[in-house]
Every structure is written in structure tokens, then in C-alpha cells.
Design a protein around this ligand. Structure first.
Ligand code: PGA
Length: 250
């Protein structure tokens, strides 16, 4: 049985004092869940978040990284830098990075390899635009993104990766994919993993849904057969709302 993994993606929100307040309110609300809870926070909040989740069941992730180990890359942060302070996860290939910061399937692949090399666990985002969905291209686009992202990765690498299926048209728009649409596309991703690796890997890999997940729709989405939790943006900024999403099965 796959576990449910619920990750917050704070994007470019929250200052250190807000991070500390959030964790103080949020931690007691989710302490009894058996679901995995992750907060992906801005770089400037990482250290504070890591200090304040000590002794809780909350894991911390970053939202991006560079693929090179070190060097003349002004403004960038490496996988080793994230790992060295205790960061456990890193979001790679979020559609906002693909759209605004020239992230490509190739850079996603390089970042995944670099994250895995230091023991950071990637949350790899894939998803189609509205136009692609309307043209019946969803499966092709999404499975192609997975194929390119995972190029050169072996079975052992795969077991450390989470995939987040996030239809671009559902992110921050209030429009959620229906539970059937989300489940169908995630099942197609699993089928692709079975082809690239094996049925066992396809059955084991955690695949989240993301895109306007809220307390009011989390349960119906996360109870679907192929959906293993969610990557949550806006609704992860409020401790009460986000705790209800984490506790969807209570
Ligand atoms: P949203 O964002 O929940 O605000 O739609 C999800 C995401 O971008 O990961």
C-alpha cells in the first residue's frame, strides 16, 4: 500500500517569523496523522523551518536548486547547500519555473540527478496546459515529460522520487481537475513508469495531484485509487486549512 504524501508549496510567500508562527500552530494539528507532511518553503525560511520542525513529524523541502555542484553561478543554490542544513526534499520542474524561468525537461533531468547524488528527494512536477488538454494531448505531453525527466535514472533512483501531476490550468486558478481526470492521468503516468521500469516500480511510486487542492476537495481527490496525496499551493499558507487537507482521512 502506498502512503499518502501531502506537501505544501509556499512559493514566494512567508517571512521567517511567519514561518515560525505557522509551524507552531500547524505542528500540533497534524501530529497524529499517518500521512507524510512536507513544507516546501523559500530558501530564506529553510533554516528557521528546519529548526522549528525538530521533534515533529513535519519534513522540509526547498522549491528549486541548481544542477551544478558549485562555481560561478551567481544567485544559485546547489543541492549540497540544501542538504547540508538538513533539507530533505526539493521541488523540481514546477510549471512556474518552466514558464517564467526557462526550466526545460533537460534541466529538470540534470537537477534530479544532482539532487539524488547528495541524497535530496526530488518532487518532480509534470502537467499539461489547457490547450493541450483540449486537444487531447494530455497523456502524450505528461508521459513525455516523465520520460525526459527520468532519462538515465535507475530503479534505485526511482524509489526516492515523488511525481506531482499538476495540470497547469488548475494551478492557482481555483479550477481543479475532476477526481476522475486527475486519477486517469496519474494512472497513465504509472503505465509509463511500468513501461520504462517495471510494474512493481509503477505500483510503488508516489504520484501526487496538484492544482487548487483545498480542504473542501482534498478527500475526494486523495481517496482515488491512483492519487497518493497532493502538492498544495495557496491552501498550504494557512495552518488550519492545510491541516484539514493533511487530515483529510480523519
Ligand atoms: P495551487 O498551487 O494549490 O495554489 O493551485 C499548486 C502548486 O502550484 O503546486
Amino acid at each position: 500500500m502506498r502512503k499518502k504524501v501531502i506537501a505544501g508549496n509556499w512559493k514566494m510567500n512567508m517571512l521567517p517569523n511567519e514561518t515560525i508562527n505557522f509551524i507552531e500552530q500547524f505542528a500540533p494539528l497534524v501530529k497524529d496523522t499517518k500521512n507524510e507532511v512536507i513544507l516546501c518553503v523559500p530558501f530564506t525560511d529553510l533554516f528557521y523551518a528546519l529548526l522549528h520542525v525538530q521533534g515533529t513529524n513535519i519534513k522540509i523541502g526547498a522549491q528549486n536548486m541548481h544542477w551544478e555542484e558549485k562555481g560561478a553561478y551567481t544567485g544559485e543554490v546547489s543541492a549540497q547547500m540544501l542538504k547540508s542544513i538538513g533539507t530533505e526534499y526539493v521541488i523540481i520542474g514546477h510549471s512556474e519555473r518552466r514558464q517564467y524561468f526557462a526550466e526545460t525537461d533537460e534541466t529538470v533531468n540534470k537537477k534530479i540527478k544532482s539532487a539524488l547524488a547528495v541524497g535530496l528527494k526530488p518532487i518532480v512536477c509534470v502537467g499539461e496546459t489547457l490547450e493541450q488538454r483540449e486537444n487531447g494531448k494530455t497523456e502524450e505531453i505528461v508521459t513525455n515529460q516523465v520520460e525526459k525527466a527520468f532519462e538515465g535514472l535507475n530503479l534505485e533512483d526511482l524509489s526516492k522520487i515523488i511525481i506531482a501531476y499538476e495540470p497547469i490550468w488548475a494551478i492557482g486558478t481555483g479550477k481543479t481537475a475532476t477526481k476522475e481526470e486527475a486519477n486517469e492521468t496519474i494512472a497513465q503516468i504509472r503505465k509509463k513508469i511500468a513501461k520504462m521500469y517495471s510494474q512493481k516500480e509503477a505500483d510503488e511510486i508516489i504520484i501526487q495531484y496538484g492544482g487548487s487542492v483545498k480542504a473542501s476537495n482534498a478527500k475526494e481527490l486523495f481517496e482515488m485509487s491512483d492519487i497518493d496525496g497532493g502538492l498544495v499551493g495557496g491552501a498550504s499558507l494557512k495552518p488550519d486549512e492545510f491541516s484539514k487537507i493533511v487530515n483529510f482521512d480523519k
